[in-house]
Design a protein around this ligand. Structure first.
Ligand SMILES: Cc1cc2nc3c(=O)[nH]c(=O)nc-3n(C[C@H](O)[C@H](O)[C@H](O)COP(=O)(O)O)c2cc1C
Length: 190
């Protein structure tokens, strides 16, 4: 298969059929930290849209601020059902408000309340009061609209490596690179 997006979808579907983990869409998102350290955390892949990988969350979070400053990111999947790893490097661009609203509205009410009330990553000196505020918001039983500061990024891949783990350690590694606007495949040594 010489289209890496189609190959990703095939691997993702095969993993989803086998996977017993709670969130098979979990992916490690790495950003370039201001202190020079790579900064990595798991997020969940929402979908592939126009050949880009979409992730969502608060834009004022550390990841949001880092992407705003430099949009080079990496996504790393490790799929235990199929024993496969996918590494993606690409450029993240903010998704339009209208699309962010669609993803936000798909969240359950508690998740929406968390997104509205919690300032992700900020220090709190009263976690109990914060949680109560969230429960009170849910109890109001009113529609919770997307806050302006919540959104997402579409990550356009420039390099994708597919690795099939082998017990022998002679792993199969295929690397897709964009060269002159086209995907080129290289087989890498394990
Ligand atoms: C399986 C899993 C899925 C997650 N999904 C998301 C997500 O989609 N969006 C998000 O903002 N945080 C998600 N988180 C929380 C992040 O790992 C992280 O704590 C949060 O985004 C703050 O990161 P930051 O301070 O570097 O911005 C998820 C965590 C786990 C373990």
């Amino acid at each position: 298969m010489n289209n890496p997006i189609a190959l990703f979808q095939k691997w993702f579907d095969e993993e989803s059929a086998l996977s017993e983990v709670n969130i098979p869409t979990a992916v490690c998102l790495s950003t370039l930290g201001f202190d020079g350290f790579p900064n990595a955390r798991f997020v969940s892949l929402k979908e592939i849209r126009n050949d880009s990988f979409v992730v969502t969350g608060p834009l004022q979070s550390r990841k949001g601020i880092e992407i705003e400053a430099d949009n080079k990111v990496a996504l790393t999947f490790w799929w235990t059902g199929t024993g496969r790893q996918v590494r993606i490097q690409g450029e993240a661009n903010k998704i339009p408000e209208s699309l962010a609203t669609v993803y936000f509205n798909a969240r359950n009410e508690h998740s929406k309340a968390v997104s509205v009330i919690s300032e992700q990553g900020k220090v709190t000196n009263n976690i109990i009061a914060l949680e109560q505020e969230i429960l009170d918001k849910v109890a109001e039983n009113q529609p919770i609209p997307k806050p302006k500061s919540w959104g997402g990024f579409a990550i356009k891949p420039l390099r994708i490596e597919f690795m099939e783990f082998k017990e022998t350690r002679f792993h199969d590694r295929k690397c897709f690179l964009i060269e002159n606007g086209k995907w080129v495949i290289h087989q890498l040594q394990p």
